[in-house]
Write a protein that binds this ligand. Structure first.
Ligand SMILES: C[S@@+](CC[C@H](N)C(=O)[O-])C[C@H]1O[C@@H](n2cnc3c(N)ncnc32)[C@H](O)[C@@H]1O
Length: 446
């Protein structure tokens, strides 16, 4: 006896159906009349075989329960894997970008600089996280972040040296990659030489061409930053550094997003990522009633910019989802805040998110047995996954959607479990394209 799985989903287009498993999509394409006949009981061994291979037909409800338990266990294993250590070197910044929550946080919590002792202790705690990681081969990153991290140059240079020592002693895997996320304007010869020596990936914020960028990314005092950022990117590239760009889709560049891929390609950067605007900035920067239209333009623009260069993975947000779909590696989470990352804030407090001061203890006071994946806030935020969230159990794009950013959802609605609308719309739109992208052999039943 067989029955359709409760996770079987389908979509119809141009006389064809795509049929897929909601928890582990691996599409089957079938002519509409053939699919309808099969559903009405017409015998079709070829189709039945394709469906059975994908667990789209099962012997009982218990089979579906087991598949859900497997998916939940796989999610938990993934979220327990340490992937990123954030060392937030400075709370303050020499920029006051219109959308950024950091200047407000600097006013609220002080313009702290991370101390050398806290940075070293953070690195030690990270080595302990990696020591008992389930997958010792998974690539991990140490990200220097802020505010503007280069406002704390001595601790940046000291932490790079400490990383080298930890690698030499075998406590940090050789594959650990250092990355700095910066506005790019405070590099000097010594910092560049250290980045070259330690093979640091530099991620520079740039929101488009001069007009688009300077609408939002401005020095404290109001001056535009485009010329300084581009000069800095060229200087870093001439020194042989790998440079990536991070942009924000915001009201100042939303109509030109589709051009960003080609613009960054011409600048010679390795990769770019477009972040969606999150948190209170959404209310502050958008006209009342303008949210839905803005969100739709952001989603269209990011997808168009990712496709414009014809190079999968050149744009990070889309690249992540395309890779997850291609590799049949379901991703019912959008963020690394659910246990994958340890954040050391400029005041030495531990958090799970660079934008949210969770105050999980001072890094120099917690024991070396502290694990971010076991923090109660992480258990709470994990409930955002549509795999677990009671209000999203029926989202059929959940294999590629995680309801977006918990910090942003909370900043807007006071609820860490609320969906971040624009990212959810983006995930659904990308899923819609990907589920039809393999149309043809070998997933075709004819
Ligand atoms: C907080 S800044 C810190 C690093 C550095 N000072 C810089 O300018 O990139 C890091 C990134 O946060 C992102 N960001 C700032 N405000 C945001 C917001 N409201 N929503 C989403 N991302 C935001 C920007 O893309 C920025 O590149």
């Amino acid at each position: 006896m067989t029955q359709f799985s409760r996770y079987l989903r389908s979509r119809e287009r141009d006389g064809w159906f795509v049929i897929f498993h909601e928890l582990q999509p691996d599409p089957v394409y079938c002519r509409a009349d053939r699919w309808r006949a099969f559903k009405e009981g017409v015998c079709d061994d070829a189709l039945l075989r394709k469906l059975a291979e994908r667990k789209l037909v099962v012997s009982s409800e218990a089979d579906d329960d087991a598949i859900w338990r497997e998916a939940a266990a796989r999610l938990e294993r993934k979220l327990n894997q340490p992937l990123i250590l954030y060392l937030m070197l400075a709370q303050g910044c020499n920029f006051t970008c219109t959308y950024c929550p950091v200047p407000g946080m600097a006013m609220r919590y002080g313009e702290n600089l991370l101390s050398r002792e806290d940075a070293v202790r953070g690195l030690e705690l990270w080595c302990e996280h990696l020591r008992d990681a389930a997958d010792p081969m998974a690539q991990n990153h140490i990200i220097f972040y802020g505010g503007e991290p280069l406002l704390n140059k001595p601790v940046f240079l000291g932490a790079l040296e400490e990383m080298r020592r930890l690698r030499q002693s075998g406590r940090l895997p050789a594959s650990t990659e250092a990355m700095i996320v910066t506005n790019g304007t405070l590099f000097d010869d010594e910092t560049i030489a250290a980045c070259v020596r330690h093979n640091v990936l530099t991620v520079v914020g740039l929101d488009g061409d001069r007009i688009e960028n300077d609408r939002a990314r401005r020095y404290a005092g109001g001056r535009g930053s485009f010329d300084a950022i581009v000069a800095s990117i060229q200087r870093l590239q001439s020194a042989g550094l790998r440079v990536a760009v991070s942009a924000i889709a915001n009201p100042g560049n939303v109509n030109e997003l589709s051009e960003l891929g080609r613009f960054y390609r011409a600048l010679g950067v390795e990769q770019f990522g477009i972040n969606f605007l999150r948190g209170h900035a959404v209310i502050e920067l958008l006209p009342v009633g303008g949210h839905a239209a803005f969100e739709a333009r952001c989603v269209e623009g990011v997808i168009a910019s990712a496709r414009s260069t014809g190079e999968a993975g050149f744009e990070f947000q889309m690249g992540k989802k395309v890779a997850a779909f291609r590799d049949r590696d379901p991703h019912p989470h959008d963020c690394t805040c659910y246990g994958n990352q340890l954040v050391i804030r400029p005041d030495g407090q531990i958090s799970n998110c660079p934008f949210h001061p969770a105050n999980l203890g001072a890094v120099r006071e917690v024991g070396l047995d502290f694990r971010i994946s076991q923090a109660p806030i992480v258990a709470q935020w994990r409930q955002r996954s549509p795999l677990l969230h009671p209000a999203h159990r029926d989202d059929d794009s959940k294999a590629l959607s995680g309801l977006g950013c918990a910090w942003g959802g909370n900043d807007l609605s006071g609820n860490f479990l609320s969906a971040d609308r624009v990212l959810t719309t983006f995930s659904q739109a990308v899923f819609e394209q990907l589920i039809w992208s393999e149309f043809g052999e070998p997933n075709h039943v004819d």
